[in-house]
Design a binder for this molecule. Structure first.
Ligand code: IMP
Ligand code: MG
Length: 179
């Protein structure tokens, strides 16, 4: 399958699952080396990160707990308008080493919302692991600790990422065709 259509858009094969897995393995090695001996709390961000989190965590050899959270958009009363609130944190992450697992960091705005709220739970430290990152689109200063793969500022689907809710189930990564 070299080309796919999702809703009204055409995508072409960009990175095979096999290739993606070499990056996931490299990332798992880094996590295992740098967090050895620690008690780690992994927090996957739904929906997008479910496939990456699953592949990554099967290769993680650390004492750890795993949970998933979701971001709910709601109209805030603040002038800033839309705020994305984290839902689903029940475990006590106070004083824990937290690793946030994201599918993709684009502008970084979503991640910024997540980190600010997680800080409120007073973890010992927060590290970030993302499968994909678009450095050209990134607007934040926050350092990304573990990046699987940097990609250009173009829209991609598959490996958990969607277009209008579709395409998350594709093993490979597809890129929007330039017309
Ligand atoms: P950010 O807030 O701009 O960093 O965007 C983060 C969110 O936008 C991700 O968690 C994705 O849900 C979505 N997103 C960003 N880029 C893409 C893409 O290329 N394909 C699919 N979703 C994307
Ligand atoms: Mg997402």
């Amino acid at each position: 399958m070299n080309e796919i259509t999702i809703v009204d858009k055409q995508f072409e094969l960009y990175i095979t699952h096999e290739k993606i897995m070499t990056y996931v393995e490299a990332l798992a090695d880094r996590l295992n080396a740098s967090l050895r001996g620690q008690d780690v709390f992994f927090i996957g961000i739904l929906n997008g990160a479910f496939i990456f989190a699953s592949d990554l965590l099967k290769l993680v050899d650390l004492k750890c707990r795993i949970t998933f959270v979701k971001l709910a958009s709601y109209e805030g009363t603040m002038s800033s308008g839309k705020v994305k609130r984290i839902i689903g944190i029940h475990e006590d992450i106070k004083d824990q080493t937290v690793v946030v697992i994201e599918d993709i960091v684009d502008t970084g705005i979503t991640l910024d919302h997540i980190i600010r709220q997680l800080r409120g739970y007073e973890p010992k430290e927060i590290k970030i692991a993302t499968m994909f990152h678009k450095p050209e689109a990134y607007q934040m200063d926050m350092k990304l600790d573990y990046v699987g793969m940097e990609i250009p500022d173009r829209f991609v689907v598959g490996y958990g990422l969607d277009y209008e809710g579709y395409g998350r189930n594709f093993q490979d990564l597809y890129i929007l065709k330039e017309t």
